[in-house]
Design a protein around this ligand. Structure first.
Ligand SMILES: N[C@@H](CCC(=O)N[C@@H](CS)C(=O)NCC(=O)O)C(=O)O
Length: 223
């Protein structure tokens, strides 16, 4: 049991709402005191099948709606998004790479790498299924040598297992999609699950934290 509240955000790079979830979390986080936040990579396809759910894009009407909703969310939040030309793509190499980085680098560096790979896919339309593209994207943050070394480590049994464990942990917590937030209030071990990048108003009310809405004072939407 911790004296601080705790938020674990389960995300996949393939998930556009995970992109918004992580961006918004990073935007709000500096205003939140006494809260620990962790970004934990999961394989969304595994979460969907493990919870007997299916991807929204598999339902034609949901897929069409989602496409419009993502554009509106970009306008409302001031967070840029360009729908990638190869959607969905295989993100397991990217997720395993982030598992290695989370185990090896500082929290700040890991979080920068998460944001960078999400942006590579959701803003720059890079094919993040390709090892070379992942290494080049992370080189400015951790250096090309380390990025290549970490990429080699993605074939380690322990790293593959960690991604499976993260995914199973999310399913066991009740996740059925991404982003999923599992939250424990300060002084309690009881987990509470919230689904979606649109739940911050409810999450902050639940934890008694400040929340300024999608377009904060500092977001481009209000400039
Ligand atoms: N309303 C949510 C939608 C999140 C969402 O649709 N996530 C997709 C992955 S990008 C998913 O896992 N969907 C499962 C479902 O809708 O059941 C939000 O704004 O974040």
């Amino acid at each position: 049991m911790s004296a601080r509240s705790n938020i674990v955000c389960y995300y996949d790079v393939v998930s556009p709402y995970s992109y918004y979830g992580v961006k918004l979390l990073n935007r709000y986080k500096p205003q939140w005191k006494d809260v620990d936040v962790e970004l934990r990579p999961v394989f969304l396809a595994g979460v969907l099948s493990g919870s007997k759910n299916q991807a929204p894009a598999n339902v034609a009407a949901k897929g069409a709606y989602m496409f419009k909703d993502l554009g509106r969310l970009s306008t409302a939040s001031g967070i840029p998004m360009n729908f990638p030309s190869n959607f969905p793509t295989m993100t397991v190499p990217a997720l395993r790479l982030l598992v290695v980085i989370q185990k090896t680098e500082s929290v700040a560096t890991y979080e920068q790498c998460v944001e960078k790979l999400l942006e590579a896919y959701w803003v720059e339309d890079k094919d993040v299924s390709q090892q070379e593209i992942l290494i080049n994207a992370l080189a400015p943050i951790i250096g090309a040598d380390k990025a290549s070394k970490y990429m080699q480590q993605t074939s380690d049994k322990e790293i593959k297992q960690q991604l499976i464990d993260n995914t199973n942990e999310a399913i066991e917590a009740g996740a059925f999609g991404a982003p999923t937030f599992v939250i424990k209030k300060a002084g309690s071990d009881k987990p509470h699950l919230f689904f979606g990048s649109d739940r911050f108003e409810v999450i902050t009310s639940f934890l008694g934290l400040p929340y300024e809405g999608l377009a904060t004072k500092t977001s481009p939407a209000k400039l």
